[in-house]
Design a protein around this ligand. Structure first.
Ligand code: ADP
Ligand code: ASP
Ligand code: MG
Length: 434
């Protein structure tokens, strides 16, 4: 019996890098539609277009007004959406492209990092009822108050896709990219990484939060909250990819996935890295109740998300202490400006900034029941001659800050130490890794 499903497919930038790729993606979309399904496509800008537009803006001014930057960047997704609709029309089917605003994606007004607050998908459902394929420009929406165009943060077309899947009651969301799924580490750094056939929302959330850019963090948050099953797979192959969903009941008759990582193992399910953070150290903070609160309130007021925090033991002689924390590099200037404004009031000595760092994390629910994970991780780093700068842990994760030049070595060392290396090499089909 035929089962008609409603599916949201998202194609990333490297899958639509040029005209030929757009035609290839159109074929995939058309094939799904011809099976009789309802298809909504979310599309990213072609190749490195977003980076190129950003570079262009920076050539015009060192500080582009955020509203105008969003106007500029959203153009990238509009282009690819229109081109894909044309390519589908050329293959004989009806497709309608919509901007985020036209698709009813209502957001907060924070330019560059807006959040979806509501979706009114009337135009999409109407088009689906008319049996059209709908193509939505990713990573953008419209601010509820100002009606200005907003963007949802770098890599956020994933989030557009899952949010639409939830709002449209889609059966699942497919994220098409340039690798065959979620791997035990970034295959660009660890060629012996293994594809993970199934991963829980919880672990994927932790991987994404630790910098695994295969999925945008808020996309995973959305998927978990709305229980949207997400399949990550390559637009360049027909391999099965990775399911991100609630753990499935074990089917005794199921065939094991011959190429996937063994399901039984996994103290650690993956190693993630992040080169997008910087470290700020506030030197000589008076060791009095409430000072740390004032500092972090000032940073929070700028809407910056800070990550790891370390406070040193205060020196007895001075009753002063140093506080370090990490934050996205892109927020560095804002944070330093806010802290400098606070210096006199709180009376700390200095603010230091270091963006030559990287974060390496091991993630896995198996950690809960296996002691010794930290020891193994740290010994592997020591053997690879990697110095640890900061440490933080959660129930299912251990993260360290290391020198930026040590990141690749640290990831590879941890991957090997936890027995994750495969004998075969992972395929990276496209993309510049930018
Ligand atoms: P897209 O343009 O399709 O959104 P991205 O570049 O955002 O693609 O994400 C895909 C890339 O994520 C891969 O090419 C890979 O280099 C990187 N990556 C990082 N961590 C992982 C991981 N654990 N598994 C697979 N890919 C990963
Ligand atoms: N084009 C945007 C970016 O490069 C959004 C995305 O691809 O998800 O960040
Ligand atoms: Mg992406």
């Amino acid at each position: 019996m035929f089962l008609r499903v409603r599916v949201v497919q998202k194609y990333g930038g490297s899958s639509v890098a040029d005209a030929e790729s757009i035609k290839r993606v159109a074929k995939r979309v058309v094939a799904t539609k011809q099976l009789g399904h309802d298809v909504v496509v979310v599309i990213s800008a072609m190749g490195d277009t977003t980076d190129e537009l950003m570079d262009l803006a920076l050539q015009v001014t060192p500080q582009p007004p955020p509203r105008e930057l969003d106007m500029l960047l959203t153009a990238g997704e509009r282009m690819s959406a229109a081109l894909l609709a044309m390519a589908i029309a050329d293959q004989g089917l009806h497709a309608r492209s919509l901007t985020g605003s036209q698709a009813g994606i209502i957001t907060t007004g924070t330019h560059g990092n807006a959040r979806i607050i509501d979706i009114t998908p009337g135009r999409i459902t109407k088009a689906l009822d008319a049996d059209d394929i709908v193509i939505v420009a990713g990573f953008q929406g419209v601010a509820q108050d100002t009606k200005d165009v907003t963007t949802l943060g770098r890599g956020a077309s994933d989030t557009t896709a899952v949010a639409l899947a939830a709002s449209l009651g889609a059966d699942y969301c497919e994220i098409y990219t340039d690798v065959d799924g979620v791997y035990t580490a970034d295959p660009r750094i660890v060629p012996s990484a293994q594809r993970i056939p199934e991963i829980s929302y919880e672990e994927m959330l932790e991987m994404a939060a630790c910098g695994a850019k295969i999925l945008h963090l808020r996309c995973v948050e959305y998927a978990r909250r709305e229980r949207v099953p997400v399949q990550v797979r390559s637009s360049f192959s027909d391999k099965p990819g990775t399911w991100v969903r609630d753990p499935q009941p074990v089917d005794p008759d199921a065939q094991p996935d011959p190429e996937g990582a063994p399901v039984e193992q996994a103290i650690i399910s993956g190693v993630a890295h992040d080169r997008g953070e910087a470290k700020i150290t506030i030197v000589g903070v008076p060791d009095k109740i409430g000072e740390a609160a004032r500092i972090f309130e000032a940073v929070a007021a700028t809407e910056i998300n800070i990550d790891m925090i370390v406070q040193n033991v205060s020196a007895v002689a001075t009753s002063r202490t140093d506080i370090s924390f990490t934050l996205p590099k892109t927020d560095g200037v804002t944070a330093i400006t806010a802290l400098n404004a606070l210096q006199e009031e709180v009376g700390f000595t200095d603010v230091l900034y270091d963006d030559q760092i990287g974060k390496v994390s091991v993630v896995g629910v198996g950690m809960r029941s296996h002691p010794g994970v930290t020891a193994k991780f740290f010994s592997a780093l020591a053997a690879a001659n990697v110095n640890i700068g900061m440490i933080s842990t959660s129930e299912i994760r251990i993260s360290v800050v290391v020198d930026q030049d040590d990141v690749d070595r640290a990831v590879a060392a941890a991957h090997t130490a936890f027995g994750l290396d495969a004998t075969e090499q992972a395929v990276v089909y496209a993309g510049t890794g930018r």
